[in-house]
Design a protein around this ligand. Structure first.
Ligand code: DTR
Ligand code: CA
Ligand code: ZN
Ligand code: ZN
Length: 439
C-alpha cells in the first residue's frame, strides 16, 4: 500500500510522543521490559561472547598475530574452545586431516541426549587468514556458538533432538575442514542432520542483518525472530558457496544461518534501517590485520548470538511436549485507529495459583498493512507493562502473527490482563484479530 516512506514531521512528533512508554508505564514497573521476539531460549550474555573473543585475540597475539590453518594460533584456539566444552559436559571429538603439508583440525561437540536420528547442528569456522587474528571473521561466529553451547549446558537442556556444534578448520582455503567432515559422514549420518546453521561473521563493525535464504523454514525462523525485535533483515546472497554451509547444502542437508556483512558497501537505504555508515564496507577490516577485538559491533554480536540460541532451542526442542498449562484467549476483533491512542483487549485469568511463569507465551494475531507502525504491550493485572513489539517504522510488511515470550514471574497470574495495541504512525490501518496467553 502506497504511503509516505517516512513519518512526516507532525506525525513523527505524534509517533514519538505516543510511543514513549512512560506515558503508559505504571508508577513502578515490576519487571524490566523483556526483549520481544525471544523464544524460550535464554539470553546469551554478550559480555561472555566478548570474553571468548578476547581469548582468541590473546591467542593470536601470542602466536604471530593470526590463528590460521597450520599455525600455532589455530591449534591454540581449538584447545581453548575444547577446554570450555569438556568442562561443560560435552562429548568432544577432534577430527584431523592434512592440507598444504599441515595438519588441520575440526572440533565437534555433542551435547549428550536427544534423539540422535534427528540432529540439529550449528557451526562456525575457527581459522583466520594469515594476515590477522580473524576476530570478526570468524571469531565472532565461533564465540557465538560456543556461548550458546555453554548456555545449553547451564540450562541442562534435555531437547527432543540431538544438539551438535562444529568448529571448522581451513575454511579460508576453501571450506576444507567442513568438507572433510561432511565427506566422512555416511549417507545415513547425513540424513540424520535435520538442519545445519552456519555463523560466519556476526559482529561486523558497520553491521547488516542478513539471513541465509537457502532453506525456507530456516530462513523464516530467523526472519521472524528479528521481526519480533523490530529489526529488519535482508536475504544473504553474497556468501552462497563461500562458507561452511556449502558442503552441507551440497550433501542435501537443510542449511540456514546469519551474517552481518563483509567487504560489500552499505547502501544509504541499509544505513537508514540499520544505522551505521553508508558508503562504507560492513567490515573494513575483512581479511586484514585490523580484524581485532576492536573490530566488533557489540549490538549485532549480541542480537545474533541471541538468535543462535533461539535457533537451537526452537529446532531442537520442537516435538517436546507443549508447555503444560492452559490457554486463555480473546478472539474479539478490535479496530486499531490510525495514529491514535491504543486499544486494549482484556483476558481475565482465573483458576491459576501463584505467579505467572518466566516464559509466559503471548500469542498475537494483528492484521495490519504496515506492521512497523504498531507498538504492542502486555499489561499485567497490576498495571505493569511489558513491551512485546516496538515501533519499527520502515517495516512495511503486513500483520503481526507471532508468539512472544515474556518473563512475567513477578506478576500474580489471576486477574485481568490486557493486550495494548497502538498504531503510532499515520496511514495504514488494521485490527486485533485475536490474542492469547499460554501459562
Ligand atoms: N566469511 C568469509 C566468507 C564470506 C563472504 N561473504 C559471506 C557471506 C556469508 C557467509 C560467509 C561469507 C570468509 O571466511 O572469507
Ligand atoms: Ca543477549
Ligand atoms: Zn569467514
Ligand atoms: Zn575469511
Amino acid at each position: 500500500m502506497r504511503r509516505s516512506a517516512l513519518v512526516t514531521g507532525a506525525a513523527a512528533a505524534l509517533a514519538a510522543a505516543l510511543v514513549t512508554p512512560a506515558l503508559f508505564a505504571p508508577a513502578a514497573q515490576a519487571q524490566p521490559a523483556p526483549v520481544a521476539g525471544r523464544s524460550a531460549a535464554p539470553d546469551i550474555p554478550v559480555a561472555n561472547v566478548k570474553a571468548h573473543l578476547a581469548q582468541l585475540q590473546s591467542i593470536a597475539t601470542a602466536n604471530g598475530g593470526n590463528r590460521a590453518h597450520g599455525r600455532a594460533g589455530y591449534k591454540a584456539s581449538v584447545d581453548y574452545i575444547k577446554g570450555k566444552l569438556d568442562a561443560a559436559g560435552y562429548t568432544t571429538t577432534l577430527q584431523t586431516y592434512s592440507y598444504g603439508g599441515a595438519t588441520g583440525y575440526n572440533l565437534i561437540a555433542d551435547w549428550p541426549g536427544g534423539d540422535t536420528s534427528h540432529v540439529v547442528m550449528a557451526g562456525a569456522h575457527l581459522d583466520s587468514v594469515t594476515a590477522g587474528p580473524g576476530i570478526n571473521d570468524d571469531g565472532s561466529g565461533s564465540a557465538g556458538i560456543l556461548e550458546t553451547a555453554l548456555a545449553v549446558s547451564r540450562a541442562g537442556l534435555q531437547p527432543a533432538k540431538h544438539v551438535r556444534f562444529g568448529w571448522w578448520g581451513t575454511e579460508e582455503a576453501g571450506m576444507v575442514g567442513s568438507s572433510n567432515y561432511v565427506n566422512k559422514l555416511t549417507g545415513a549420518d547425513r540424513s540424520k542432520i535435520d538442519a545445519y546453521l552456519n555463523f560466519d561473521m556476526i559482529g561486523s563493525p558497520n553491521p547488516g542483518y542478513f539471513v541465509y535464504d537457502d532453506n525456507a523454514a530456516l530462513d523464516t525462523l530467523f526472519k521472524d525472530y528479528f521481526a519480533g525485535l523490530g529489526v529488519a533483515t535482508e536475504p544473504e546472497t553474497e556468501g552462497d558457496g563461500r562458507s561452511d554451509h556449502a558442503p552441507f547444502k551440497n550433501a542435501g542437508i537443510p542449511v540456514g544461518g546469519l551474517f552481518s556483512g563483509a567487504d560489500y558497501i552499505k547502501t544509504s537505504a541499509q544505513a537508514s534501517k540499520w544505522g551505521g555508515t553508508a558508503g562504507q564496507a560492513f567490515d573494513r577490516c575483512y581479511h586484514s590485520s585490523c580484524d581485532t577485538s576492536a573490530n566488533i559491533n557489540d549490538t549485532v554480536l549480541d542480537r545474533m548470538s541471541d538468535a543462535i540460541a533461539h535457533g537451537i532451542w526452537s529446532l531442537a526442542t520442537e516435538g517436546t511436549p507443549p508447555p503444560s498449562g492452559t490457554v486463555f484467549e480473546n478472539t474479539t476483533d478490535f479496530a486499531i485507529p490510525d495514529a491514535a491512542p491504543p486499544i486494549e483487549s482484556p483476558i481475565t485469568v482465573t483458576g491459576r495459583t501463584g505467579n505467572a511463569p518466566a516464559t509466559l507465551k503471548v500469542g498475537v494475531d494483528v492484521k495490519h498493512t504496515w506492521r512497523g507502525d504498531l507498538v504492542i504491550d502486555l499489561v499485567a493485572p497490576d498495571g505493569s507493562t511489558y513491551r512485546v513489539k516496538d515501533f519499527s517504522g520502515n517495516d512495511s510488511a503486513d500483520n503481526v502473527v507471532a508468539t512472544f515470550t515474556v518473563n512475567a514471574s513477578g506478576e500474580v497470574a489471576n486477574g485481568t490482563w490486557k493486550l495494548r495495541v497502538q498504531d503510532v504512525a499515520s496511514q495504514d490501518t488494521g485490527y486485533l484479530d485475536s490474542w492469547k496467553l499460554t501459562f
